[in-house]
Design a protein around this ligand. Structure first.
Ligand code: ATP
Ligand code: MG
Length: 384
């Protein structure tokens, strides 16, 4: 009896300690350590706290390891060589992503998807290519407006290739002294070449943007030359990616060196629908009947702007009275007035009358259209 009380007390004390340890890691934002620790607790609790163990396991699986960290398997760092540092600030030049798996892949147009699948297929079939004297695609440049998934796709690609993604942001590198830019660029490129990886030169147009300053011309030319050579001689088992919002600023000679050019466009309705469903996450079902209303609200917007607005919507529903209908009405009202032209608002009025039970008065209130206009438009469309 006594023994059992002592045993129980010991267990409670250990549980308390584990709790404190977890809190400590969480507060110092050691997310990867939290994950590793939780995984060990899952195993341990299987013996005496099965429901808790299952719940923790479920949580771990539903939020897979994410960006910006060096994931460790069996406590061993995977990168054997340390990341190159900027000599002055001692900050890492490269940002590291090691996404083991993506819970949901990025929403891609069929064309972009085909390009990326081709890259992966070529890697899988590299022996066959080599037998025919061919190399797999070694470099690609991603072109598109902000927030359309260039960086996200690079992460997804690297995770599918089972390699880390290193990102060198050229805007940051270019903001340092130019003389140092050259050595920083070289250090980053050499590091990526030595360690099997995907390297993303983000905002590669930043080099061109510095052209205005006469005194830098010589050094800038040298930088472009370094990049030209690197793109051309990148190792066959590595992949060099670049991303830009300003293709027109890139030196044509450099541009030509990339094996593939991948154009990322703004999402069409199909892609917007898929993305909105993805961004709604676990609350998807509560909003599913609103998708026809949501999609036209975001036409012409990037994925990231849409994501931000959808997250705002989810927050409003969660912290408000939980009424989806009124949160959507609020969203429609703000977006219709700020982002949609007259025709788009007329179309929206039509969608609202078809997919909701809202009165014409309410549709008038949220779209800002005159009631007469709505009535006439609905009549014409109804007759058509
Ligand atoms: N195609 C997509 N599918 C799903 N989510 C996306 C997509 N594109 C962007 N997002 C969301 O927007 C965020 C920002 O996207 P990302 O960083 O890939 O944009 P980018 O094209 O690299 O923009 P920038 O030119 O500003 O670097 C992503 O982390 C993701 O949450
Ligand atoms: Mg980006």
């Amino acid at each position: 009896m006594n023994q059992s009380i002592t045993g129980e007390t010991e267990e409670i004390t250990r549980f308390d300690k584990e709790f404190v340890q977890l809190a400590r890691m969480a507060l110092s934002e050691q997310t990867e350590d939290v994950r590793l620790y939780l995984a060990s607790l899952v195993r341990q609790y299987r013996r005496n706290r099965l429901p808790l163990s299952r719940e923790l396991e479920r949580l771990l699986k539903s939020s897979p390891a994410r960006s910006g960290s060096v994931l460790r398997r069996s406590g061993r760092p995977e990168v054997t060589e340390t990341l190159p540092l900027d000599s002055e600030s001692q900050m890492s030049l490269l940002k590291v992503y090691r996404d083991e798996a993506f819970p949901t892949p990025p929403v891609l147009s069929p064309n972009v998807r085909a390009h990326l699948d081709q890259l992966i297929e070529e890697r899988a079939q590299s022996a066959r290519l080599a037998a025919a004297g061919l190399s797999p695609t070694r470099s690609a440049i991603f072109v598109g407006q902000p927030g359309v998934g260039k960086t996200l796709s690079a992460r997804w690609l690297a995770s599918r290739l089972g390699q880390p993604l290193y990102v060198l942001d050229l805007t940051t590198v270019m903001s340092s002294l130019l003389g140092k830019t050259g050595s920083n660029l070289r250090a980053a490129l050499d590091f990526a070449k030595r360690n099997r990886s995907v390297l993303l030169l983000d905002e590669i147009d930043a080099v061109a943007k510095r052209r205005g300053d006469e005194s830098d011309v010589g050094e800038l030319k040298r930088l472009v030359t370094v990049m030209l050579q690197e793109v051309e001689n990148w190792p066959r088992d590595g992949l060099l990616l670049a991303a830009t919002n300003h293709p027109e600023l890139i030196d044509p000679a450099l541009w030509r060196r990339f094996d593939q050019i991948v154009q990322f466009g703004l999402p069409d309705d199909r892609a917007l629908r898929d993305a909105i469903e993805q961004f709604l996450g676990p609350t998807n079902s509560a909003f599913s009947r609103w998708l026809d209303v949501l999609v036209p609200l975001f036409r012409g917007e990037s994925f990231s702007d849409t994501e931000r607005a959808i997250q705002g919507l989810r927050r409003r529903v969660l912290l408000g009275d939980g009424n989806v209908d009124s949160a959507i009405a609020e969203l429609v009202a703000t977006r219709a007035l700020d982002h949609l032209d007259h025709d788009a608002r007329l179309n929206l009025a039509l969608v609202l009358s078809k997919h909701t039970r809202w009165s014409q008065h309410r549709i008038h209130a949220v779209t800002g259209l005159a009631r007469d206009t709505i009535r006439k438009h609905l009549k014409v469309k109804g007759a058509a």
